[in-house]
Ligand binder design. Structure first.
Ligand code: UDP
Length: 406
């Protein structure tokens, strides 16, 4: 965890004795939002005086439902915003209109959104129009490059303009928000709720088998490998040349390190699937898997020697599980992982990926250094902090109550 700050509160749940219950509407639409909201929804259930309703927009329905089932979370409102080949404008419009309907029906005291998705941005905009205060979880992450990651960087910057409460995972995120002119008393250092989720999940995945979908021979071959390296790739800005280079680099590495198993849950986007199948599909020590459900994916991270990924959440989770991660991007909004030595930015050029992996496979000193140190993204108690802050600041007797909408 980052150094203490006057706005960081203790992780104990505040058991308020306010007589009026505060209504909070939590909005989520994608798998990472479901994962990172889960501990917040659990914490709300433990918090007296708070009633939390959950709205799922349907942005990634098939990926969200298994996460909600794993965390045992019920849904109060379901929207169906997803369309075949959906574009961002249509998606934004459908979330805006759908969430407005929920707000008018429910009239919550506060809406919570998470991160940087179209669901997050359009929901925050709907709440802003209806004068409902917004709490932004995972606030203050920036690359300062609107094209990378696209469209997430734009989404999170716009949500910071609309939110009343900013729950920042790290001290650097707090500093960023302050530099953007957000009043310090509206920014709270909490840690990232994704760390709460992955630590909670790790305790409950003993029977999860990430290799279950593989044919028997392949499964035993991967199981008997000296070690596993986990690969993920789904960033829009890596489609095309980026993903081709990543697959080419994995092919080079698989030939160079035959005792290592290269395990790749492949994102369903046709660009990624086609590239992975055509370049890696026949290699003996490469296993291409379907996208994994969260418990299987956490198990696979935990069993892997290190990770190669362009995912945001995976950079945080890898640091919490003390696994090095090579980030196939040119920039990251999770720079704390690089500063702390848990991650290396390797870009998407074939040679730079291959050279970094070679070094990590052959240098025990580098490997041990990348596994050590505390996780810079949180200590597993972020959700309790957020609920404590909400009860204190925004509840019926809270000092900020409704001031946010003024
Ligand atoms: N994840 C998963 N199955 C997979 C790949 C990722 O459950 O096959 C989880 C991962 O543990 C993390 C989240 O999905 O919690 C990250 O999602 P993604 O990489 O799609 O998005 P990002 O974090 O980059 O926004």
């Amino acid at each position: 965890m980052d150094e203490p700050d006057h706005r960081q509160v203790s992780p104990e749940v505040v058991t308020g004795n306010n007589c009026k219950r505060m209504k909070i509407l939590a909005i989520l639409g994608t798998r990472p939002e479901a994962v990172k909201f889960a501990p917040v929804i659990h914490a709300a259930a433990r918090q007296q005086g708070i009633e939390m309703q959950v709205c799922v927009t349907g942005q990634h329905r098939s990926l969200v439902d298994p996460v909600l089932k794993f965390f045992d979370i019920g849904v109060n409102h379901r929207l169906s915003v997803m369309r075949h080949n959906q574009d961002l404008s249509g998606l934004t419009t459908r979330v805006l209109e759908g969430v407005r309907g929920v707000l008018l029906a429910d009239r919550p005291d506060l809406m919570l959104v998470h991160g940087d998705t179209a669901t997050c941005f359009a929901s925050a905009l709907a709440a802003f129009y209806e004068r409902v205060p917004v709490g932004h979880i995972e606030a203050g992450l920036r690359t300062h490059d609107l094209s990378s990651p696209f469209p997430e960087e734009g989404m999170r910057q716009m949500v910071s303009r609309l939110a009343a409460f900013h729950f920042a995972p790290t001290a650097a995120n707090v500093a960023t928000l302050e530099q953007e002119g957000i009043p310090a008393e509206r920014i709270f250092l909490t840690g990232n709720t994704g760390i709460d989720a992955v630590l909670w999940a790790r305790e409950r995945i003993r029977r999860a088998d990430p290799l279950a979908s593989l044919e028997k021979n392949k499964r035993s071959q991967i199981r008997s490998a000296k070690r596993r390296v986990l690969i993920t790739s789904h960033r829009r800005e890596n489609f095309g040349a980026g993903i081709r280079n990543i697959c080419e680099a994995i092919a080079t590495l698989a030939a160079r390190h035959p005792a290592t198993a290269w395990v790749f849950p492949v994102h369903p986007n046709p660009e990624v699937t086609h590239c992975a199948q055509s370049r890696l599909g026949t290699l003996a020590n490469v296993a291409l898997l379907p996208p994994l459900e969260y418990p299987q994916f956490v198990a696979l991270m935990d069993q892997s020697y290190f990770l190669i990924s362009d995912s945001g959440g995976v950079q945080e989770e890898a640091a919490a599980l003390q696994k090095p991660v090579l980030v196939t991007r040119r920039t990251t909004e999770r720079a704390e992982a690089v500063w702390g030595g848990h991650a290396l930015l390797v870009g998407t050029a074939h040679d730079s990926i291959v050279n970094a992996v070679d070094r990590l496979l052959t240098s025990r000193v580098l490997y041990d250094r990348m596994c050590s140190g505390t996780c810079p993204f949180g200590d597993g108690a972020a959700a309790n902090r957020i609920l404590g802050i909400i009860a204190r600041e925004a509840g019926p007797t809270g000092k900020s109550h409704l001031a946010a909408t003024a």
